[in-house]
Write a protein that binds this ligand. Sequence first.
Ligand code: CA
Length: 371
Amino acid sequence: MTGAVGFGVFSEGDGPPRVGFRAGDGVLDLAGAGLGSHFAVPSLNPFLALGPAAWEDVLGRIDDLVQKGTPFVPLGRTSQRLPFEIADYIDFYSSLEHATNLGRLFRPDNEPLLPNWRHLPVAYHGRAGTVVVSGTPLVRPCGQIRDPYEPPHHGPTRRLDIELEIGFVVGVPSRLGEPVPAGAFRDHVFGVVLVNDWSARDIQAWEYQPLGPFLGKSFATSISAWVTPLALLENRFVAGPEQDPEPLPYLRTSGEWALDVELEVEVAGTVVSRTNARGLYWSMPQQLAHATTNGASIRTGDLLASGTISGAEPKSQGSLIELTWNGTRQLRLGDGSSRSFLEDGDEVVLRGRAGDVELGEVRGTILPARC
Ligand code: CA
């Protein structure tokens, strides 16, 4: 199968929302094709909870239906919803390049990487209830901002940014008190989505110490309408960067776990960044092992995102704050305009490609503030 591939929730015209499998420009109605009543619902969660044997079985049956020429609904006749009910949302900080850049920008007088960074995958708990599907417009957030040498004021963010990320989706839950070892990753995790972790940098810069991101991030996080199963990315797992120091035993993995996915960021019609997820320092199994090592359980529908994916090359950073060095440089766009951060009316599109398989894109347009 080629083109954009994944499981999502769609409606045809005014029809009821249900689970579909997208391949390129068509969507297969899984309940309609006889694959089970658990697909005649507006959420992937019941299917996700079934586990790896059921996932493999359904992919095999979809393959058979494709071979037999079963008709797909044209994508253009469908609309999409959030593909699964988001249970908990965790956002990591797994790109060495991004963490280094942000450290330099936010704490210019100190070592850019904090002492813990190479020992554990740093993360924060995000807001599951404001994860939205690709295509959802984004209202420019308002909040408390403090400009240098001025008292704090309240108003629309002037530093609205994006973060290019990949998130993995938990299918099979774990029990409270029982860590999920890195080696059990594939027993629990179904697939991946592209993620745009929208960020208001001026709100973030004033609020984030000492407890981390809050309102500068929680107004919205956008994900693909389609979840790409790991099973369709099998030949895209490659060796990740060398880790120094060697991680503690609970973070050690065997095999290759970096995901070779080419990524790009488009702003107002111009591609402003290209990178690859394979450069991430911390892998997905390490993130899952770390998130549960204290016995915290995971649930069907948990979303664990990578953190901004940035490369070391010019124009390979996954956020505007890095691409413009906190607004001290301008991005030149194809229409002749330039900007440091997002303007009202800008549409942002994130895309990912793993060989023949495209991840579902993540699209969003900025609407004016309402404060
Ligand atoms: Ca992030």
